[in-house]
Ligand binder design. Structure first.
Ligand code: SAM
Length: 269
């Protein structure tokens, strides 16, 4: 099939990508037939998948707004995805034009499209890196140029940690990032959870994501809580994402259907 200009030569368009599947759940146009087929298989297994993506984006928006209101002006968004409506720099810079944002993703389509929409924005950039190499991310000159590690930074790991298996040591990854941050910094985390879900749904979802380069690693609330080691969880703690500081009580109804648990922690000191 013809390759559109937004698809770098390096990508395999015969294999589904989690970034492009997520783009499809959100109604985006940066996906191929192979991504749509995998996303539809996921929707057959877990019908809430598109709702899950929307609820997660809404959580991200409220979390960024909360951080801006709390005085944070620097954001390191890892696993930032293919840009869609309401990206971190848009929310942050609309409220605070001096806010600085570094996006990181492993997916070449996410990086290429982010680079395009960030052209001319001197306070935001994107780099292709892997969350599993946090030291490399921290060492990148562009990260150090844009972000001042002596001041608070919000590290966003939103809807990405379920692509990192326990064998890659997620708590060690977060500890490396945490140890580089100044007091008053924040961690924003969300990920798919199987709390209260049927075992067969989890198995089918895992089966779908086996087709991608990023198999799924769902986690319980207890496991996610441990990942906030060293951070103080902000109210209301780790909850189904629609329950995190909802815009209205109605928007938090049937929250467990969102599949994702999320929370925000603050580094004391
Ligand atoms: C479900 S999307 C989430 C996008 C965005 N953070 C959000 O919440 O809307 C997950 C993103 O994580 C990226 N990703 C997966 N594994 C990664 C890794 N090890 N390092 C960096 N990015 C990764 C994927 O390429 C994809 O763009």
């Amino acid at each position: 099939m013809p390759r559109p200009d937004w698809a770098p030569e390096s990508i395999d368009i015969e294999r589904p990508s989690v970034a492009r599947m997520y783009d499809y759940y959100l109604g985006g146009s940066h996906n191929f037939a192979v991504d749509r087929a995998a996303a539809q298989a996921m929707i057959a297994a877990v019908p809430e998948a598109p709702l899950m993506a929307q609820a997660n984006r809404a959580f991200l928006r409220r979390a960024v707004q909360f951080l801006i209101d709390s005085g944070v002006r620097q954001f390191l968004d890892i696993g930032s995805g293919i840009p869609t409506v309401g990206n971190v720099h848009e929310i942050a810079q609309q409220a605070a034009p001096d806010a600085r944002v570094v996006y990181i993703d492993v997916d070449p389509v996410a990086v290429a499209h982010s680079r395009q929409i960030l052209a001319g924005n001197e306070r935001a950039t994107v780099l292709q890196e892997d969350l599993r190499n946090p030291a490399r991310i921290l060492d990148r000159p562009d990260v150090r140029k844009l972000l001042d590690f002596d001041k608070p930074i919000a590290v966003m790991i939103v809807a990405v940690l379920h692509f990192v298996p326990d064998s890659d040591d997620p708590s060690g990854i977060i500890a490396t990032l945490r140890d580089a941050l100044a007091p008053g910094s924040y961690l924003v985390l969300s990920q798919a959870s199987d709390d209260g879900r049927r075992a067969d749904e989890r198995q089918e979802a895992e089966h779908v994501y086996q087709r991608t380069d990023n198999p799924l690693n769902v986690r319980s609330r207890a496991e996610l809580t441990r990942l906030f080691d060293g951070f103080e969880l902000i109210e209301p703690g780790l909850v189904w994402v629609p329950q995190w500081r909802p815009d209205s009580p109605e928007s938090a109804e049937d929250a467990e259907r969102a599949v994702f648990i999320g929370g925000v922690g603050r580094l004391g000191g």
